[in-house]
Design a protein around this ligand. Structure first.
Ligand SMILES: Nc1ncnc2c1ncn2[C@@H]1O[C@H](COP(=O)(O)OP(=O)(O)O)[C@@H](O)[C@H]1O
Ligand SMILES: [Mg+2]
Length: 405
């Protein structure tokens, strides 16, 4: 780092003190956006309103309470700095349709002292984080809405096991701060496929690329997370695919981790297309048209890709379309083909995606189709999730039971 090129500093001071609301971005000089309302009290109220486990609240009640109380995103208040490499370029974890995700480091700006140690021992450990910053102007609104969704999700019981940890929103730069989880399911699938190519074996050619036990374990965890998202948090993801699932390693010596098991906790990420599951009383909201343009055909449910629905633009993802997208994700993980239909061009892929209920047939015709044998466990788990009629697709609750059997 040279003194003439200072680090991009995204340092926000405090959410509570109006006079301190500043964002220091010496390299960007971007204009300040109006501060959002402080929300510490709202979060405290929401947390208080979550009944204690002794009262055994229904999950639906809890999620509804969280939503009612939280209308502004949690703000990130510590100092944060984007990491730079030897060439002084910002270090990226990844990119998507809307954003660049940078590696960042943060030091708490309030020194904490341990209760049982002398008061002179402040804790000032820095932590590695991920900062998702908008890539285009129209991404700002999308990230603002994602910040609110993540705020609510991170207050919903059980979130630790299912969604990427969210630390707050930088309102001046419309950026999200998350825990760093540097491995995505897409990279994992590619790595496993490469390993298989390097060590081809007839003994394993009818198995998913990562091995049968790991695939089943991964599938069970992913389906459980989707069930939590729909049934406990009341949210539709809208863009489930391997690039939007992050993998947090589990220590392989952890008790209970069986041989061959999937050594990661999959976490749902990228809530840029997400929205609340409409209740019976409220009509379905218009899908965020900007967010909908992020569709990735092979993973998008066929009903969302029909010409009529694309033309009218009034079609929105549903829990059943998330179920389809997760089934397609499980297929990609089994075959090791990240785009599902290898050798096809974009137009052919779109045509096959529009006939997505035939995903098993299409896959079996491809070069890795042998990894999804007829009547095998992959087919048994995927088939009920890809029916053409969304109403016929398996519910997440039944899917969890099937994946655990
Ligand atoms: N918390 C994180 N830690 C590390 N990498 C991440 C994190 N979140 C996202 N990424 C990487 O950045 C990519 C883009 O992030 P994503 O949220 O999917 O953005 P977009 O909405 O633009 O698609 C992801 O595919 C993943 O590789
Ligand atoms: Mg994404």
């Amino acid at each position: 780092m040279t003194p003439s090129n200072p680090p991009l500093r995204l340092s926000v001071t405090t959410a509570h003190d109006e006079k301190d609301l500043t964002l220091q971005t010496p390299t960007s000089g971007s204009a300040l956006t109006p501060p959002v309302t402080p929300i510490a009290k709202e979060i405290a109220d929401a947390e208080r309103s979550i009944p204690s486990p002794l009262e055994e609240p229904s999950p639906e009640q809890t999620a509804a309470q969280v939503k009612r109380n939280i209308n502004t995103p949690l703000r990130f208040t510590d100092e944060i700095e984007i990491c730079r490499d030897g060439e002084d370029c910002p270090v990226e974890f990844g990119r998507g349709a809307w954003s660049i995700v940078y590696k960042a480091r943060s030091t708490p700006n309030v020194t904490t002292t341990h209760l049982h140690t002398p008061p002179s021992s402040p804790v000032t450990t820095s932590r590695v984080l991920a900062v998702k910053a908008p890539l285009r102007r129209d991404a700002r609104k999308v990230l603002q809405s994602e910040a609110l969704t993540l705020t609510r999700l991170n207050l919903t019981p059980g979130f630790e096991r299912h969604v990427v940890p969210f630390h707050g929103f930088l309102s001046d730069s419309d950026a999200l701060v998350m825990s760093a989880v540097p491995l995505s399911l897409s990279t994992y699938i590619e790595d496993q496929a490469d390993l298989r190519k390097q060590q081809p074996s007839t003994a394993t050619m009818f198995d998913p690329v990562q091995g049968p036990e790991a695939w089943r374990d991964m599938a069970r965890k992913l389906i459980t997370s989707l069930a939590w998202l729909h049934d406990t948090a009341g949210i539709i993801h809208g863009d489930i695919k391997p690039h939007n699932i992050l993998l947090r390693p589990i220590a392989t010596d952890e008790p209970g981790l069986e041989a061959g098991a999937f050594p990661y906790e999959p976490l749902l990420a990228d809530f840029s297309s997400a929205f609340d599951i409409p209740s019976d009383a409220t009509p379905a909201p218009d899908a965020n048209q900007a967010a909908m343009s992020a569709f990735t055909p092979p993973f998008t449910a066929p009903e969302l890709l029909s010409l009529a629905s694309l033309k009218s633009g009034d079609v929105a993802p549903t829990p059943a379309s998330d179920v389809f997208s997760l089934a397609a994700t499980l297929m990609a993980a089994a075959t090791g083909d990240l785009l599902l239909y290898p050798g096809s061009n974009n137009m052919q892929r779109l045509a096959m995606a529009r006939d997505g209920h035939r995903i098993l047939d299409f896959t079996r015709a491809g070069s890795n189709g042998c990894r999804v044998p007829r009547n095998g466990f992959v087919e048994k788990l995927v088939q009920p999730a890809v029916f053409k009629d969304p109403a016929q697709r398996i519910s997440t609750r039944d899917w969890v039971a099937l994946a655990s059997s």
